[in-house]
Design a binder for this molecule. Sequence first.
Ligand code: C2E
Ligand code: MG
Ligand code: MG
Ligand code: MG
Length: 291
Amino acid sequence: QAKSKGKNNFQFYRSNHSNHIFERLEIEADLRKAIGQQEFELYYQPKINLQSGRISGTEALIRWKHAEKGMISPAEFIPLAEETGLIIPIGEWVLRQACIQNKKWQDDGLDPMVVSVNLSVRQLYQPNLVDMVQDILRETDLDPYYLELEITESMIMDTERGLKVLHELKDLGVQISLDDFGTGYSSLHYLKDFPINKLKIDQSFVRNSTEDKNDEAIIKTIIVMAHQLDFEVIAEGVETVEHLGLLQRNLCNEAQGYLFSKPLPPKDFITNFDRMKQIFDQNGISEDDSR
Ligand code: C2E
Ligand code: MG
Ligand code: MG
Ligand code: MG
């Protein structure tokens, strides 16, 4: 059914109920086989340091190239992977792959970057997560400093266990960043106890920040608060030169978004470095202006 609609029209959820169940089972079976059939790929999106204009890091984002259905977005299959528990092997694959790639870039002589990997809630509570991360770091010989884990607020709210795992991860030397910040149940009470390094301002605030005074106010406030708490701040979804200016004037540390680059396969990621630097040099404000 889905196949006849063509590659780009694939959808999980259809109005017809029996189709829906059938397709779900089908996609679940496909997801189970996807690792073995090497249908996953990691794309990488740069993070730009807003003082130096250098590429300080990169986020690994998974892509599923389904044999018949074409590219399927993580927003569609990650929830299913979570429900079925398949996120555990998929997540391990992502971590290992990202570390291998980052180590390879370092060995190739690039300036070292921090690679960030998104963790899902099931992974945070899998019993052997900390050992697994440690094993992968050893196996790939990547310095833990160059691995960052992105988690969301809602994953750790009020659970002692979550906090404990985060502390153990931090003790390994990896960095931890709070993704989509501002969209969960932001509790300042928990924020002060989280062993994190960085807040990532959700793209929904960035999108209208140069037209909507309230979004602008929220962004400014998050940046000041983060710095007061000794966290770094990054903004995601930076699409325009105006976004960039606002963030720089308010001393945001890093930016990530389509203005600089979409997520790219590893080979294209590297060849885009010069172009990204150019975008920064042409549009970024110099340090003097930003004071
Ligand atoms: P996220 O971690 O918040 O990632 C940011 C998403 O915003 C990515 O979508 C990225 O491609 C997109 N994006 C980046 N810059 C811009 C921009 O300037 N404008 C707009 N409109 N969008 C931008 P993507 O790659 O489709 O990933 C969606 C979500 O899927 C991620 O949100 C993350 O929650 C999840 N995800 C992706 N890869 C993984 C993974 O390996 N493991 C887990 N557990 N989740 C993943
Ligand atoms: Mg993320
Ligand atoms: Mg995010
Ligand atoms: Mg997001």
